[in-house]
Ligand binder design. Structure first.
Ligand code: HAM
Length: 430
């Protein structure tokens, strides 16, 4: 036998039980975003490679080693590793900010060739939230509050907020000079990765996970000490608004992010419940990106959450509530009955019911087993007897109520009564 072909490493199938949970999550996310005035966007999965090189930065892990890049005719294309660059590209291309700032969001797969492990995939999903054209610190704070509200809505606890300010380009440049001088002085204590980064992206060295370099990094000049008055005031204002809203946070001076477009506020929501992949949501301000991509300068800020990671935290017990069952399962025996069952199912769908028509043969007993497994509340039985008298037998599957033969022209009404009648009673309408 030939071996079956499997999914690409790091890319997973979302099977029905899980997919239903995803859909429940997505619908919650839509409501949450509407609550903050965000409108949806959908961008292509593939973009010209230079977009990501320019936006994310040539010397980032993502661009250097994680992008799925391929040639197409004369152009180099890349599967998007993130959404912010695409979103800003689309906004520039369609001049979406012509009449003022916009709040936009998107959801979909991103691709990074990272080493796969639990919570880290090569195709993963993000919900991205971008506030474009807003300069005030209140927007940074609002974006952060949004995160907290979502965790509350999902009943997710113990997610911690880490915050930092990266200042302006000029402030970072001054810090960089001193940082490089410090690191050069201690060249012998740098690992290979850091030595390589020294000339290109020294700030990322501060983000190293190498335990042998922690002491060195602790002693390095801190970007915070290089922030000017405007950056400090912005940061203080964000922190004040967070305190007013009762959101605890930790300033982490080593939080630098893996994408180069950020300035001023950066933040991450982290949990210790997911092992090494503890960041469930991250973002910050990126006032320079519009100009970097050839547009008129525009202040902007945003974040993206990792859907797989957030879902992993969402209480497993909740999942049972989201398994979607049909209302009705139609079983049938005999050729004539098969045709009647086919049209009964369609009629009931016209009436707004979710109907699963048995397919695949088998006797009544086997079919009833399937009906039970489907989660439907009622089985509808269409046999030769029923066909003869133009009726259908309705059998409750979740309650010990007797089955009943119902004339076909009264079927929809009867079922509606059975499925929804009780609610009226509870409401006290009867
Ligand atoms: P990011 O930090 O690269 O930022 O990704 C955001 C989130 O996506 C992460 O916190 C994590 O939850 C999830 N994520 C990233 N890589 C993986 C992976 N390999 N497997 C599973 N989940 C992953 C961005 O992408 C920015 N575009 C966020 C942003 C929007 N900044 C401003 N606006």
């Amino acid at each position: 036998m030939t071996k079956i072909i499997q999914a690409v490493r790091g890319m997973k199938d979302i099977l029905p039980d899980e997919a239903e949970r995803w859909e429940a999550f997505e619908s919650l996310v839509r409501d949450w975003l509407r609550g903050y005035g965000y409108r949806p966007m959908r961008m292509p999965l593939v973009e010209p490679t230079p977009l990501f090189k320019r936006a994310i930065g040539e010397v980032t892990d993502i661009v250097e080693k994680e992008m799925y890049t391929f040639g197409d005719a004369e152009e180099s294309l890349t599967l998007r590793p993130e959404g912010t660059a695409s979103c800003v590209r689309a906004v520039l291309e369609h001049n979406l900010l012509y009449d003022g700032p916009k709040r936009l969001w998107y959801m979909g797969p991103m691709f990074r060739r990272e080493r796969p492990q639990k919570g880290r995939y090569r195709q993963f999903y993000q919900v991205g939230v971008e506030a474009l054209g807003f300069a005030e610190p209140a927007m940074d704070a609002e974006l952060i509050l949004m995160g907290q509200r979502l965790w509350d809505d999902l009943d997710i606890h113990g997610v911690k907020l880490e915050l930092n300010s990266l200042g302006s380009l000029e402030e970072r440049a001054r810090h960089r000079v001193d940082l490089v001088a410090y690191l050069e002085k201690h060249q012998d204590r740098l690992d290979e990765d850091s030595r390589r980064r020294l000339g290109s992206n020294p700030l990322r060295i501060l983000d190293t996970k190498n335990p042998h370099m922690q002491e060195l990094v602790e002693g390095a000049p801190r970007l915070t000490d290089y922030l000017g008055d405007a950056s400090l005031a912005h940061f203080e204002s964000v922190r004040q608004l967070l305190s007013d809203a009762g959101i605890p946070h930790r300033v982490n001076p080593r939080l630098v992010r893996g994408l180069d477009y950020y300035n001023r506020t950066v933040f991450e929501w982290v949990t210790d419940r997911l092992g090494a992949q503890g960041t469930i949501c991250a973002g910050g301000r990126y006032d320079g990106l519009f100009e970097q991509l050839g547009g008129k300068p525009q202040p902007a800020a945003g974040f993206a959450l990792g859907v797989e990671r957030v879902l992993a935290l969402w209480d497993e017990a909740q999942s049972a509530a989201f398994i979607e069952s049909p209302d009705l399962y139609v079983v049938h025996d005999g050729e004539g009955a098969g045709r009647v069952a086919f049209s009964v199912a369609e009629e009931l769908r016209d009436g707004g019911f979710a109907v699963q028509l048995h397919a695949g043969g088998g006797n009544f007993k086997a079919q009833m087993k399937r009906a039970d497994g489907s989660g439907a509340k009622l089985a509808l039985i269409v046999g030769e007897d029923e066909v003869r008298v133009d009726a259908v037998t309705v059998k409750p599957l979740r309650e010990s109520r007797p089955q009943l033969r119902v004339a076909r022209n009264e079927l929809a009404l009867h079922i509606a009564d059975y499925l929804f009648g009780d609610e009226d009673e509870h409401d006290g309408n009867l």
